[in-house]
Write a protein that binds this ligand. Structure first.
Ligand code: ADP
Ligand code: ASP
Ligand code: MG
Length: 439
């Protein structure tokens, strides 16, 4: 059995959904198809939720009407038969009625998550109506019945595995299952999600849970490129990556993959393929245990980084200092991305300011604390790059005009990370593209 995940642009137009139906019926292997919301929908739902939260109900109402009009148009070109048009219309009405009700009741965090879930619920139900029109046998599997996160908002793989396999056994006559990406239930049993871009995570978790033959991530580009195509003009697809390399690229900003979506597939050793819905014949990228080749493969950049420097002469020859520092970050469940130390100071980076004031307050007894934002981590990723000759020289020659704030090298065999001001990101990625990749 395989998993095929289609992102927002892959289902964002009726003709694309038609093409997805062709792709999922192209071979006889049983499959679980994971769909994102139509492109633009989750952003619209976020805007609706934000407007309601801010007490702007008129603004929210206008946005809801605009979105409903978009779906009315979508349906017109998605299905033809009168009966299917009626079904699709009833589905959209039901979901927009839900949003209308939310406008009238008191708002909460849980309701916000309910709003965000509407996109995936709509896309999968509408796709199911289209499959019915085409006479394609399938079953809609509600993700809310098997996808769950624990109190720490981490996916519960053993529970997901148990529930999903039970559902599949109950429908062992079916070959094609459709389910929602992104949405899940939390430890309180409420509707929640796996964070933005989370449909990739859903696909990888399902692939691990069923021990799939492959986890295919279908998107709008022909695989992982060597550099960010949104920032740099000339980029090329990479044919092969190891799980470790792909995980580093995803975590350090390659938007094509959700930051933490690799570990479930890696855990069950299921290969991941990145493929292009608009160009299904393109080779794409295969991600598997073995990296196949050594050397630099790609560079990615992660914005919104905050650097914290703690300076203290008490650090000199002291032990236990770093532990105390780390405990503060642990307490506020804030991951540290980069770290460098000297005899009298430690600098580290985080990617969220959610608990920044509390963290600074608790670090102050250890020494002087400085925080700086608007920073970007640029990560050069490859296999055994620490052992690849000339990489460091090429990299630093390439970016000699860019002020580098921190360097992390040797932490893993796959990564060299640099911290720079965000205003230098574009220039740095371009310089690395020509200086390191020769493009
Ligand atoms: P989907 O909606 O299918 O999940 P995303 O927009 O989340 O698609 O991810 C695909 C996009 O990721 C591409 O269109 C591209 O602009 C962006 N991207 C950023 N970095 C990379 C990279 N290194 N390789 C490929 N795509 C990248
Ligand atoms: N629809 C969600 C988002 O836009 C999840 C996803 O597309 O992966 O973030
Ligand atoms: Mg995505």
């Amino acid at each position: 059995m395989k998993v095929m995940k289609f992102g927002g642009t892959s289902v964002g137009k009726p003709e694309r959904m038609h093409q997805v139906a062709q792709l999922v019926t192209a071979d006889a292997e049983p499959k679980i198809v994971v769909l994102s919301a139509l492109s633009g929908t989750t952003n619209a739902l976020v805007a609706i939720g934000d407007a309601i939260a801010a007490g702007n109900r008129t603004g929210a109402k206008n946005k809801i009407e605009e979105l409903e009009a978009h779906y009315a148009n979508f349906i017109k070109q998605l299905v033809e038969q009168e009966e299917c048009v009626a079904k699709a219309t009833a589905i959209t009405r039901e979901h927009f009625e839900f949003l209308d009700i939310i406008l009238r009741i008191s708002f909460s965090d849980a309701l916000y998550k309910d709003i965000l879930a509407q996109g995936e619920l709509l896309s999968t139900k509408l796709f199911s109506v289209y499959l019915q029109e085409k006479g394609i046998d399938h079953l809609l599997l509600p993700a809310l019945e098997f996808m769950s996160i624990d109190v720490n908002e981490e996916p519960e793989l053993p529970a997901i595995k148990y529930k999903l396999n039970k559902l599949l056994q109950q429908h062992s006559d079916k070959k094609l299952f459709i389910t929602q990406g992104y949405i899940c239930r939390n430890a309180r049993g409420e509707v929640d999600n796996l964070k933005r871009g989370g449909s990739d995570y859903t696909a990888s978790l399902i692939a691990a849970a069923i021990n799939a033959s492959v986890c295919e991530i279908w998107t709008d580009i022909d695989g992982m490129h060597n550099n960010d195509p949104r920032v740099v003009n000339k980029t090329v697809p990479i044919s092969q990556l190891s799980f470790d390399e792909a995980a580093e690229l995803a975590y350090f900003g390659a938007k094509i993959l959700h930051p933490t979506c690799i570990w479930p597939a890696q855990h069950s050793n299921v290969p991941v393929k990145l493929l292009n819905t608009m160009q299904p014949q393109a080779a794409g990228t295969t991600i598997a245990e073995d990296a196949q080749s050594t050397g630099v493969k790609a560079v990615a950049a992660k914005d919104g980084i905050i650097a914290i420097k703690i300076k203290s002469s008490r650090m000199l020859l002291a032990y236990g200092f770093l532990r105390k520092v780390f405990e503060v970050f642990e307490k506020y469940r804030t991951p540290i991305d980069m770290i460098t130390t000297s005899e009298v100071a430690v600098s580290l980076t985080i990617d969220t300011d959610a608990h920044l004031p509390e963290i600074i307050k608790e670090l102050e007894p250890f020494g002087s604390v400085e925080a700086e934002d608007n920073l970007t981590i640029v990560s050069v990723v490859g296999n055994e790059i620490a052992e690849t000759p000339e990489v460091l020289k090429k990299l630093f020659d390439a970016i000699s005009t860019i002020p580098v704030r921190m360097v992390s090298y040797g932490g893993s065999r796959h990564n060299i990370s640099l911290l720079i001001g965000s205003e230098y990101k574009k220039e740095a990625l371009q310089l690395i593209n020509s200086g390191v990749f020769g493009l």
